[in-house]
Every structure is written in C-alpha cells, then in structure tokens.
Design a protein around this ligand. Sequence first.
Ligand code: FES
Length: 100
Amino acid sequence: MAFQITIEDTGEQFACSETKHVLAGMQKLGKKGIPVGCRSGGCGVCKVQVLSGEYTSKKMSRDHVSAEEESEGVVLACRVFPTSDITLSVIGHLRKAVTR
Ligand code: FES
C-alpha cells in the first residue's frame, strides 16, 4: 500500500509504500542534488522532521539524531517507513537540495 508524503516546505508530494524508505520515495521526485548517502542511517544527510503521520523506523546513529530530536519526530529519511500519510519538513543538508 502506498502512502502520500507531503514536503511541507515546498508543497511537493510523492508516494511511498510501507516497504520503501521515505528517502527512496523522495528520490522519485527526480530533484537534482538530493543528497543520498549511506542509506543505512549512518551519514545523516537525509534528516527530516515528521510533522504528522505514523511511521516505523529502524536504528539511527545517535551522532545524527539525538534522543531529544527523535522524540520531536526528527528522523533519517532512509530509516523511516510510512504506515500512514505523512507530512514532513526537510532539515539540514536535505533542506538546501529540496527547497532550491
Ligand atoms: S542516507 Fe545516510 S543517514 Fe540516510
């Protein structure tokens, strides 16, 4: 099943199934310069903040996402799998790439 992901900063939307991580879905937007690093939660380039919606997440490096950030919905897009429609905000490296 595919869920609708909305990037609040730009209003763009993309589909992402629960078996694909959000970063993979975002890449399908075809934007140039979306930083895709390790795809395994280790490099921190794909940081986003989930504003609404449900998701499951895999292990993320504490170097990139602190426990406090995680409690505020800050996650690494390559470690997050949607279980409902999601609205998110792009932060860090990703913000520059997505909003330019
Ligand atoms: S791509 Fe490296 S943490 Fe997501």
